[in-house]
Write a protein that binds this ligand. Structure first.
Ligand SMILES: [Zn+2]
Length: 85
């Protein structure tokens, strides 16, 4: 025999499971949001990659380097001009 008590108990357990699942999903979403920030900082680090001057061989940040072509970088305008000559 299924009593009202057992039905209420099942409903209570179901509610707990539903609430627990929602809670877990919230935690998972928070966990997924955090790694989304990390790749942005990782790309920020990638922009700080060091490149080698093709003339004197000194290492300089890619942002500060003077680029020539695809993979040629120079530390200053003078070195780039010397290589172009
Ligand atoms: Zn140089």
């Amino acid at each position: 025999m299924i009593s009202i008590r057992s039905i209420l108990l099942i409903l209570f357990i179901w509610f707990l499971l539903w609430f627990g699942r929602r809670y877990i999903q919230k935690i998972k979403q928070n966990q997924y949001n955090e790694p989304n920030i990390n790749p942005k900082t990782a790309t920020g680090e990638q922009s700080k990659t060091m490149v080698r001057c093709d003339y004197c061989g000194i290492y300089i940040p890619k942002e500060e380097a003077l680029s020539f072509g695809k993979n040629q970088y120079y530390c200053c305008e003078a070195h780039r001009a010397r290589m172009l000559k």
